[in-house]
Write a protein that binds this ligand. Structure first.
Ligand SMILES: Nc1nc2c(c(=O)[nH]1)N[C@H]1C(S)=C(S)[C@@H](COP(=O)(O)OP(=O)(O)OC[C@H]3O[C@@H](n4cnc5c(=O)[nH]c(N)nc54)[C@H](O)[C@@H]3O)O[C@H]1N2
Ligand SMILES: Nc1nc2c(c(=O)[nH]1)N[C@H]1C(S)=C(S)[C@@H](COP(=O)(O)OP(=O)(O)OC[C@H]3O[C@@H](n4cnc5c(=O)[nH]c(N)nc54)[C@H](O)[C@@H]3O)O[C@H]1N2
Ligand code: SF4
Ligand SMILES: [Mo]
Length: 704
């Protein structure tokens, strides 16, 4: 045995970018702890970090390509796999057109340096516009708002949590999720610091979450009514004459239009629909206006709903007109060392609405269609039908709305490939699975999350363990498919490009390049480098053609009749009287970390929370099995009775349902749970952005 060594890296499971200190001996991990010397995370880590070891040692994890045959899965060589895949893809595209091949990208791509860099040439080589990703089950409304207000989808204002005095959290549970579109390791510590300096935190959520429990105030809201609440708060700001644009006074357009619109949403009018008293809405607005520095931060609860687009627009508006934009303690733009906007010109025209999906006419945006429309694009015959699919690090059978229907659609494909580390609910439909390396086997740099970070920092992590000779990294798989699709010889110099080369080049060309930023500098600083707090930078960063922030983009105004119709409809569906919402758990990340024994041990967390009054009415007792049905499906799940959930609303975890036969995830199978997305409805989307609307799915409940 050789000596015990120490390795420093960032955890790449969630968005928080926690620095880790890993002790290891030969190829064995001895401990994984938070890195005290990481200037950003300062020793913080959550329980998921230790599971990086489990993913590495997992016996179920695939390391070589496998092929589905009549008698089961068989190992095949990389060369055989690539040859067959390219043959099939080319054949299908020749017969049915380029767009007959579709791509689905899942969440781990955003947490991988290699994938972030090599997906672009890969997608280009496949030449299809039928691209889908988990972004349309998540944050697309943020990008659409950024695009139309600030001129670039990636220009998303981030809450300056470390300097604010008032934080309004709408539909986010950062104590559990560790923050999203807000990279803030130890978000609990940062929230407590707000309170310590005399500030206040208010949470608006249909569930009393762990975040709500540490907040100063929690307001229950009816699901999907956030846009009305935000508009009412904006109304209050205008009504009090408190609009304060500060340094961006000459940089905004649409203020008069906005005032006119806001006039029609007084708190008194929206209160009964929102489920929050008018007087409380007035006080909430007053509190925000009175704070020296305040932020409204709205996340999944305000994105994955039928008004996600409006919510993210109005959140930005509220921050801007209360003088809390591009200013310490407000909503600010990071200035990342690897700047995804470096080459983006002012006035750049986004792809929003460049195409509409064939069947349901949902808008194309950010180079992709909403995944809510994928099943029907596969199953509806006709010109442009999808016949073949490649998924990269995604599990849409469990993660996309009406996932069970997507499974049927995948089963009907002519040919499917998955680049994935597991044989799971989605990849079981593939003809070939190509496994990449993962986690600690990879080098890492957070290209995306530095764009959403509450401080400017920079860090590179080398691979801890070399991959085994038979393994390939995801980026190598992507690179080889791209080369073979374009008939590039395998000894072409293009194929010698590595993620490190591209990273080094971008760091040198980026905002800190003149100060010597480079890959070598990061290698010399294994704990990462702090580049300071977020700075006002709107003039330099804004990408609109006229250099102004548009407060009232026309597409949002056109969407308002849809919002208004909510106030004329009955609050509850007769047949499906409950609103279903999802919840995240500290010890799981979406659908894929449940094969770690240390993360899934203990009681089954996949339960349905229901309010005591609702339970009484239906005669439900603790632990009883319930049948939960929606327009599209039904599941059975155990009841938990709690007043942490609003009356009329029920909640269950997302990311579960590992109960299918023939799948190679033996630990997950011991605690399978059921999939929320067997009952969420792919037809429920935010029509403006095409984003999936998970929240507020109408369901009926009975004793099973
Ligand atoms: N009802 C409901 N549904 C939801 C949500 C919700 O709140 N409610 N949340 C949504 C959100 S925010 C998201 S981001 C999506 C996530 O949706 P997806 O991205 O589709 O789901 P994941 O669970 O992240 O799936 C990751 C897949 O990548 C594989 N994988 C893990 N690591 C690697 C790797 O390093 N390389 C490769 N090649 N594969 C890897 C895993 O085996 C798994 O198959 O789910 C969405 N779905
Ligand atoms: N432990 C853990 N951490 C994670 C993940 C994970 O699976 N597990 N996933 C990661 C990913 S991919 C993402 S995108 C982030 C998400 O990060 P967050 O957005 O912080 O996480 P959620 O738990 O989805 O929070 C959404 C909240 O919205 C509430 N909600 C539901 N409907 C409504 C509504 O209509 N209005 C309002 N106001 N609230 C509503 C829910 O009760 C919930 O508390 O978390 C990331 N971090
Ligand atoms: S909070 Fe996220 S980044 Fe930090 S240790 Fe946990 S999973 Fe990893
Ligand atoms: Mo997500």
């Amino acid at each position: 045995m050789s000596e015990i060594k120490t390795h420093y890296r960032n955890c790449n499971i969630c968005e928080a970018m926690c620095g880790l200190e890993i002790k290891y001996q030969d190829k064995e991990i001895i401990s994984i702890k938070g890195d005290q010397q990481d200037p950003f995370s300062q020793g913080y880590n959550c329980p998921k970090a230790t599971a990086l070891e489990d993913f590495y040692t997992d016996k179920d994890r695939l390391k070589t390509p496998i092929k589905r045959t009549a008698t089961g899965w068989e190992d095949i060589s990389w060369d055989e796999a690539f040859s067959e895949i390219i043959d099939k893809f080319k054949g299908i595209q020749q017969q049915y057109g380029k767009n007959a091949l579709a791509i689905y990208l899942g969440n781990p791509n955003a947490h991988s340096l290699g994938n972030a860099l090599f997906l672009r040439p890969f997608m280009k080589s496949l030449g299809t516009i039928n691209r889908f990703s988990s972004a349309s089950t998540d944050q697309i409304p943020h990008h659409v708002a950024a695009n139309f207000m600030f001129g670039a989808g990636m220009l998303i204002p981030i809450p300056d949590i470390d300097r604010t005095d008032f934080m309004l959290i709408i539909g986010g549970n950062p104590v559990v999720s560790n923050g999203s579109m807000m990279t803030a390791p130890n978000v609990i510590g940062r929230m407590k610091a707000i309170q310590k300096r005399g500030g206040k935190i208010v949470v608006v959520d249909p569930r009393r979450t762990r975040t709500a429990k540490i907040a100063d105030q929690h307001l229950f809201i009816r699901p999907e009514k956030d846009a009305l609440l935000l508009f009412a708060m904006i109304h209050c700001v205008f009504a009090r004459g408190k609009v304060n644009l500060r340094h961006i006074e000459t940089m905004v357009t649409g203020l008069d239009e906005l005032e006119k619109l806001a006039k029609t949403y007084p708190p008194e009018k929206v209160a009964e629909f929102v489920g929050i008293k008018a007087s409380t809405i007035h006080t909430l607005a007053d509190d925000m206006m009175a704070a020296d520095a305040a932020i409204c931060y709205s996340r999944m609860g305000a994105s994955t709903q039928t008004f996600g687009g409006l919510c993210q627009w109005l959140t930005n508006v509220l921050n801007i007109i209360t003088g809390n934009f591009d200013r310490a303690g407000g909503a600010m733009f990071p200035q990342p060392a690897f700047d995804l906007l470096r080459n983006q010109k002012k006035g750049y025209k986004s792809s929003f609405g460049q195409y509409h999906s064939r069947v349901r006419k949902l808008p194309f945006f950010n180079g992709e269609f909403p995944v809510a429309t994928l099943a029907e694009e596969i199953q509806t015959a006709g010109e442009g039908q999808i016949k073949s699919l490649i998924t990269v690090a995604g599990n849409p059978v469990l993660s996309a709305p009406s996932g069970h229907k997507l499974a049927e659609a995948f089963d009907s494909l002519d040919y499917m490939v998955a680049i994935d580390i597991y044989l799971n609910e989605t990849t079981q439909y593939a003809n070939i699975i190509l496994p990449g390396t993962t986690g600690i086997e990879n080098s890492h740099f957070d290209i995306f999350f530095n764009n959403f970070s509450v401080r400017n920092t920079v860090k590179y992590s080398a691979p801890l363990f070399e991959k085994e000779p038979q393994q390939r990294a995801d980026w190598q798989i992507l690179q080889e498919i791209a080369a073979r699709m374009t008939n590039t010889p395998l000894d072409d110099p293009m194929l010698k490009i590595t993620p490190e080369m591209l990273l080094d080049s971008e760091l040198k060309k980026g905002a800190y390049g003149k100060q010597g930023m480079s890959l070598q500098k990061l290698i010399d600083n294994p704990h990462g480098i702090d580049l300071g707090p977020l700075m006002p930078c709107i003039e330099a960063r804004i990408k609109t053609a006229n250099g102004k922030v548009d407060l009232a983009p026309q597409l949002y105004i056109d969407d308002l009749p849809r919002l208004n119709s909510v106030m004329t409809q009955p609050a509850r569906d007769q047949q499906y009287p409950f609103d279903l919402i999802g919840r995240r758990l500290v010890k799981s990340h979406n659908t894929w970390t449940q094969n770690s024994a240390r993360l899934v041990k203990g009681k089954n967390p996949c339960t349905l929370e229901i309010h005591p009054e609702d339970a009484k009415l239906l005669g439900i007792t603790k632990g009883q099995r319930l049948k939960v049905s929606s327009l599209v499906g039904e599941i059975e799940i155990e009841a938990v009775i709690t007043d942490d959930i609003q009356q009329g609303v029920v909640s269950m975890p997302q990311g579960w349902g590992h109960n299918q036969k023939g799948i190679k995830m033996s630990v997950a199978a011991t605690q399978p749970g059921v999939s929320i997305n067997d009952i969420t409805d792919a037809d429920r989307v935010d029509l403006l952005t095409g984003n999936a609307a998970f929240n507020g799915t109408p369901v009926a409940i009975e004793i099973a």
